[in-house]
Write a new protein. Structure first.
Lengths: 537, 168
């Protein structure tokens, strides 16, 4: 018992020590906003809030019997109380401190970071527990976790209120809503896919197929919780133009959703090809995964439609999306081409080179090729209207080209190693088909991408880069000359004591032309202006 | 002097032609069919049966002394989904051997691998699909001749015999 008291005293001492240290080292009004200390304090607050939130949820679940199994109520109670005892003083102190600072420095980066962490942790907790609770209600399960949903939901609502009172400023302020919408979308789309798969499976079984036995309740729970969260976070009007978090998430959602749809459609095609060309189980059993694949394809299409990028209003994000899709298609094409070549030509392959295997590889390859060509062509067409090439195109051509080049170089080293080993070691074996085909195809991809990069560079108009230069002006009055130099000029004016060196518009234009972009000293007197170039420092 | 530009359709058309050529070559040559009376032929028969889910047929080429009371369902429990296999150790793996270790209990110890047994090295490639990372493993099969047939002995990949020998 005495150890327990000692432990509590030590913990209290730690809490009080930290509070005193923070008060002493960074007074509530002294340090600047957005600096490292502010973010650090918000991180401590996030940690304390996390511990307190989960301890409170645990406490609530112990308090309401029948909520879930409590293996050792006394032990869990002690754990939760101990965590609350330690974390709550931190929460109260740091919350009040940071609330006061937010009043004075509303553009704090730490506030944005803190809200985003809270959203990620507690919105996830809320969505998981609430969907489990609804699933339990639908399935007649008494072990539902409604206490978790209440506690986590309350914490989410509390932070929503705080964010409305002092909204995080700058583009990064969107991050919280973007994270919340991603959590909601993930839950809702998983739920939608599961529900659709369950429906399709009923139809499949009615046609004589054998399903994989999907359940409905968990998926319905995810839809009921995830869809409103996504709607509230994503569809509510936004303040101002889209910032980096919102645009990035839109690109990610569009790429992932279309990727899921294409992968699901490919798997359906593969099932059909395997059935036609291979020795498979009866159709009813062979196509057992088709309801799930169809559901995933439809869900991906719905999500894609909701996050579709429009080239007229969002040209740059559209280009990023198209080049990412083109990259995925090209990587899939090259990878599958290597496998197909080896399977077709290598006689040491004893499993995996049957007719069905070859036809499946050809199908996947053609899907990859279609994706690559489609997005490559569309992205290139949009890019040709601008000059020079956009940065997504430069990353696609130069970045992906360099990656393929490095892979090709590695494959060439392996090919040469195998050849030299076979020359030098009499009984050495090893096929060069794998590394050789990797070298050839990645080499071709590198050539295609890098030649596009150099073609872009050649067709773009030359860009003149001007280094900063200094101009020292000795005159009686500079007139408008400061507005006429290029922005790279750093102008210093030394005033004469007489009125003989005034610069008028005509003289200013002549001086600017004569100086050009060189560092110079300009002397103006009754005889006019003289320009003397000086060495740049 | 005008710049010669390759038309945009040439590249996709070239890839399609290449795919068609590879498919034709593969289909005309057909899959490799090793002599079933050789150790490699037995390994191919075993792996083909595994890859196509014919576990009872796969079990038939495991020597009964090592197979013990194992059934197709025991083998199915260790099945590892889609895979392809090629003879040899081209992936550069080191020599890794799986030792036959009996489960705890008083089961009969496994028989010793006979002196005239041979080894067949195989590289197995796993491709789980759906964007997940593929991987390869190097496997050594032990085969012993008996009654004019090369039987798999020991605990062949995917190493399932240890789990059911205790019921001997």
């Amino acid at each position: 018992m005495s150890f327990a008291i000692l432990g509590i005293l030590v913990l209290l001492a730690v809490v009080l020590g930290v509070v005193a240290l923070v008060r002493r080292s960074s007074g509530a009004t002294s340090s600047k906003p957005g600096d490292g200390a502010d973010i650090l304090v918000y991180l401590i607050l996030a940690l304390a809030m996390g511990v307190a939130g989960f301890a409170l949820a645990d406490l609530a679940s112990i308090a309401f019997p029948g909520d879930r199994f409590v293996f050792d109520p006394a032990e869990e109670l002690a754990n939760s109380l101990a965590a609350l005892l330690v974390s709550m003083p931190f929460v109260v102190f740091f919350w009040r401190r940071q609330a006061a600072r937010r009043e004075m420095f509303p553009a704090s980066a730490g506030w944005t970071v803190y809200l985003s962490i809270m959203e990620a942790v507690f919105m996830t907790g809320f969505v998981v527990t609430a969907s489990m609770f609804i699933s339990g209600l639908l399935g007649g399960d008494s072990l539902s976790s409604w206490t978790g949903a209440v506690v986590f939901g309350a914490i989410v609502i509390f932070h929503e209120w705080a964010a409305r009172v002092t909204p995080p400023l700058s583009d990064a302020g969107e991050l919280r809503r973007v994270i919340g919408s991603a959590i909601g979308l993930g839950a809702a789309s998983a739920g939608l896919a599961g529900t659709l798969a369950w429906l399709f499976e009923i139809g499949y079984e009615a046609l004589g197929g054998v399903g994989i036995g999907l359940e409905l309740d968990p998926w319905i729970g995810l839809v009921i919780v995830g869809a409103p969260v996504w709607w509230y976070r994503w569809r509510r009007p936004w303040d101002g133009q889209p910032g980096v978090p919102r645009v990035s998430w839109k690109v990610i959602a569009a790429v992932v959703s279309l990727g899921v749809t294409l992968a699901a459609l490919t798997s359906l095609l593969v099932m059909a090809v395997e059935y036609v060309f291979g020795e498979t189980a009866p159709a009813g059993q062979h196509f057992e995964a088709s309801p799930l694949a169809l559901a995933l394809a439809l869900t991906g299409a719905v999500v894609w439609a909701l996050h579709r990028l429009r080239p007229e209003t969002e040209p740059l994000p559209t280009q990023v999306y198209r080049y990412v899709m083109a990259s995925i298609g090209l990587v899939a094409t090259v990878g599958t081409l290597v496998t197909l070549t080896v399977r077709a030509l290598d006689r040491s392959v004893i499993v995996g080179a049957g007719t069905a295997d070859i036809m499946v590889l050809a199908t996947v390859l053609l899907m990859g090729l279609v994706v690559w060509i489609w997005f490559d062509r569309h992205a290139t067409r949009l890019d040709e209207t601008g000059s020079p090439a956009s940065w997504p195109r430069r990353i696609y051509t130069l970045g992906l080209g360099a990656i393929f080049g490095l892979v090709g170089a590695g494959a060439l080293i392996t090919t040469l190693f195998i050849l030299l080993r076979r020359l030098l070691v009499p009984d050495a074996t090893g096929s060069i088909l794998w590394p050789g085909s990797i070298f050839v195809y990645t080499g071709l991809a590198t050539w295609y991408l890098l030649s596009a990069y150099f073609r872009d560079r050649a067709s773009a108009p030359p860009v003149e880069y001007v280094a900063p230069f200094n101009v020292t002006l000795i005159c009686s009055h500079p007139g408008p000359i400061a507005t006429m130099f290029p922005e790279q000029a750093r102008l210093r004016v030394i005033y004469r004591d007489d009125d003989s060196g005034v610069i008028d518009d005509e003289m200013a234009a002549r001086i600017v032309e004569e100086v050009g972009t060189r560092s110079s000293i300009v002397w103006v007197d009754a005889d006019g202006a003289r320009v003397a170039p000086v060495r740049a420092i | 002097m005008s710049e010669r530009k390759i038309p945009g359709w040439v590249l996709p058309a070239g890839v399609v032609v290449l795919v068609a050529v590879l498919v034709v070559i593969a289909l005309v040559r057909g899959p490799v069919a090793l002599d079933p009376d050789t150790p490699e032929g037995t390994v191919q028969e075993y792996l083909l049966a595994l890859s196509q889910g014919r576990y009872d047929e796969a079990l038939e080429v495991v020597h009964e002394e090592w197979r013990g009371a194992c059934e197709a369902s025991d083998l199915e429990g260790f099945a590892q989904g889609d895979f392809s296999a090629e003879l040899g150790n081209d992936a550069g793996f080191g020599q890794v051997r799986e030792e036959f270790v009996g489960v705890a209990g008083g089961e009969e110890p496994p028989p010793t691998i006979p002196d005239d047994a041979v080894q067949v090295e195989v590289t197995i490639h796993h491709d789980p699909g759906a964007g997940m990372r593929s991987w390869s493993e190097f496997v050594v099969f032990e085969l012993a001749p008996d009654d004019d047939f090369w039987w798999l002995v020991g605990d062949p990949w995917p190493y399932f015999v240890w789990s059911c020998r205790e019921s001997l």
